[in-house]
Design a protein around this ligand. Structure first.
Ligand code: IPE
Ligand code: IPE
Ligand code: MG
Length: 241
């Protein structure tokens, strides 16, 4: 039996966020370079995107490159950026055909120009699509995001655009890079690591966390279905009874 049969399609998470982890270890286990793992991770990206869209999930957010990942060896960072440009150029048509809108969050100005431009082109090409929004978190970290939100809030208070006595939680939502995206109901992390690594800290206050031991390149459809089933079996209390 497939876990797919156990999914209640009327209670799908609207927004799934994924920390795609374990590419390097997957490659190493096979005696290959870490980059080989990143290349094979693209297949899983394609799979989760197609599967979520087909199921009827409206938002999928993928943590692809963190602020802290800039601290990796230069060769790995360059290889990841190259892979990103290539994948964007290759996959955008397919996204568009599937009515998927591409979005990106993070400090995009820190990306090499080639990457930034490829990203903006893909976002522009898919901007009217409706079926699902695929958000890539690139050069993203939650503390960076919260810091830039505070800077903008302070500036707006000083410009009299914002009344400081009116600042509420929903105001803060509006200053985050995720402002038009609902909070994720389900967060999946692969590779067996049980941590958040600076991802969507504000937005995940009540997200259900799901940790999967498989490395990202081997994460398959059944693993995704299983995560959704696990989410649907949980009792979400939000502090109440
Ligand atoms: C996730 O895989 C991809 C990125 C962080 C860019 P890793 O590169 O972190 O692989 P591991 O966790 O070292 O195996
Ligand atoms: C988190 O993975 C970031 C991404 C998947 C893009 P890392 O591999 O960078 O996180 P740590 O170092 O294990 O916390
Ligand atoms: Mg990792």
């Amino acid at each position: 039996m497939s876990f797919k049969d156990a999914i209640d399609s009327t209670r799908l998470p609207q927004h799934i966020a994924i920390i795609m982890d374990g590419n390097g270890r997957w490659a190493k286990k096979r005696g290959k370079q870490r980059v080989f793992g990143h290349m094979n991770g693209v297949k899983s990206v394609r799979m989760v995107t197609e599967t979520c869209a087909r199921l009827g999930v409206s938002h999928l957010t993928l943590y692809a490159f963190s602020t802290e990942n800039w601290g990796r060896p230069k060769a790995e960072v360059s290889a990841l950026m190259e892979l990103l440009v290539r994948s964007l150029r290759k996959e955008t048509k397919e996204l568009d055909k599937n009515d998927i809108r591409l979005n990106a969050i993070g400090n995009l100005n820190a990306l090499p120009k080639r990457v930034h431009n490829a990203l903006l082109d893909a976002i522009d090409l898919t901007k009217n699509n409706q079926r699902m929004t695929l958000t890539l978190a690139l050069s993203y970290s939650s503390r960076w995001e919260i810091t830039q939100a505070i800077q903008k809030i302070v500036a707006d208070v000083q410009n009299n655009q914002l009344d400081q006595t009116q600042i509420e939680e929903s105001t803060i939502d509006q200053y985050l890079t995720t402002k038009n995206i609902p909070d994720p109901e389900l967060m999946i992390r692969t590779s067996g690591e049980c941590r958040i690594s600076n991802f969507l800290l504000w937005q995940m206050a009540y997200t259900e966390l799901y940790f999967c031991d498989k490395f990202w390149p081997e994460f398959d459809k059944e693993d995704l279905y299983q995560a959704i089933v696990s989410y649907q079996r949980r009792d979400r209390r939000f502090g109440k009874l």
